[in-house]
Write a protein that binds this ligand. Structure first.
Ligand SMILES: Cc1cc2nc3c(=O)[nH]c(=O)nc-3n(C[C@H](O)[C@H](O)[C@H](O)COP(=O)(O)OP(=O)(O)OC[C@H]3O[C@@H](n4cnc5c(N)ncnc54)[C@H](O)[C@@H]3O)c2cc1C
Length: 357
């Protein structure tokens, strides 16, 4: 019998894991990709969708065409040992890789779920049309969250819709994982685009037309929520060890259970310096590739290796004409950054800066 690998989730991690497993298994393992969505949503470009209304999703059917990956369009409901229960039936498996990801945390403060737009796939086109309507009458957009997502959304919308009065509210300083130089450049670009930045202001609740905060009420006509992180709770309740943000704690091989690997934003993987690797594409994709290698090796009698990760740094877009590439070393962000715009033909810019074009 050909062993069966089931990969759950059609984000960057799930798609990569399924494609890689099918390629390296060369028919020795049957690979099924299960997704609640039949699209890959390019989440790292959602802020572009918010500013243009253009979809950043791609059909899974086209992305797996010509491979041996079988796609099942279904929502996973329960992962029992060797058995996946979905809303379209039950799949038996020998190994599963769970890549169900997560999103910003709308339950972080009261009212966010009711009154704010989460920076997430299905709401970005609505945010775009609302932002245009608000901009047309010179209204106010409050962006809550000073991490990369909040800064990217604030700069993108401020640049695309100059009539919009954008406020960025951050509980600590903005882009906390980046270097002082990077932070200064982000502040300079936000200032140039007319974004009012409130750092060190913790939002305590969201009402229909204002934020409650320790610094008093902050009015808005439209609110975008880019704060906190929560993993999809598919594996909650199975008795597996979990991190505080709902990610499942995995071992050095990315196993949560002998039959179950977890990769991407769904996984809490120990970082070399302590704590967990941050949720992000740059961690999700190497984890997914490693989980695919591990699953195929285990199912075909190959050798498995521990997962090792070296942080490649950050690429941050600040609208269409500016950005930051932050270089890292083992201890954290270096004061070495590339900033500004990539110009065609320029030799002075690192090729990585192209990713914000
Ligand atoms: C605006 C924005 C900008 C970002 N920029 C960057 C960046 O510059 N660099 C970076 O490294 N990271 C960035 N990120 C983070 C990055 O997008 C995520 O880390 C990445 O998407 C994680 O990939 P994933 O496959 O683990 O999860 P996701 O992309 O969240 O995919 C999860 C998949 O699982 C599916 N799913 C969920 N539940 C179920 C279920 N029960 N059954 C079946 N399917 C299910 C979902 O439909 C989805 O297809 C950004 C995020 C945002 C929102």
């Amino acid at each position: 019998m050909t062993p069966h690998l089931v990969v759950i989730g059609t984000g960057y991690a799930g798609l990569l894991a399924a494609l890689r497993a099918a390629r390296i298994a060369r028919g020795r393992v049957a690979v099924t990709l299960v997704g609640a969505s039949d699209q890959l949503v390019e989440r790292v470009r959602l802020h572009e969708q918010a500013a243009t209304g253009r979809s950043v999703a791609h059909p899974i059917a086209a992305l797996i065409a010509g491979t041996e990956v079988r796609f099942v369009h279904a929502r996973a409901l329960e992962v029992a040992p060797g058995r996946l229960v979905t809303d379209a039936g039950v799949l038996e498996f020998d190994r599963a890789i769970v890549c169900t990801g997560g999103s910003v945390d709308l339950d972080l403060v009261p009212g966010a779920r009711e009154h704010a737009y989460a920076i997430d796939g299905d709401r970005m086109s609505r945010l775009f049309s609302e932002a245009r309507r608000v901009a047309a009458r010179g209204g106010r957009l409050a962006v809550c969250g000073g991490g990369l997502t909040g800064v990217e959304i604030a700069t993108e919308l401020a640049e695309a819709l100059p009539g919009l009065r954008v406020k960025l509210v951050a509980a600590s300083e903005i882009v906390p994982g980046l270097s002082r130089k990077a932070r200064e450049h982000a502040r300079a670009v936000l200032g140039r685009l007319g974004v009012a930045v409130r750092e060190g202001v913790r939002v305590t609740a969201v009402a229909a037309d204002h934020l409650d905060s320790a610094a008093g009420p902050i009015g808005f006509d439209l609110c975008a929520w880019a704060a906190g992180f929560r993993a999809v709770p598919l594996l909650a309740g199975l008795g597996l060890p979990m991190a505080a943000d709902g990610r499942v704690i995995v071992d050095a091989y990315l196993h949560a259970r002998p039959d179950l690997l977890v990769a991407g934003d769904a996984a809490a993987c120990a970082a070399a310096g302590g704590g967990w690797l941050g949720a992000g594409c740059k961690t999700a994709m190497p984890m997914a590739a490693h989980a695919a290698d591990t699953a195929v090796a285990e199912l075909t009698g190959g050798t498995v290796h521990e997962f090792r990760y070296a942080d490649p740094g950050y690429c941050v877009s600040l609208g269409r004409r500016d950005g930051i590439v932050q270089f890292m070393d083992g201890a954290g962000p270096r004061e070495r950054i590339v900033k500004g715009a990539w110009r065609r033909g320029s030799r002075s810019r690192c090729a990585a800066t192209r990713c914000w074009r």
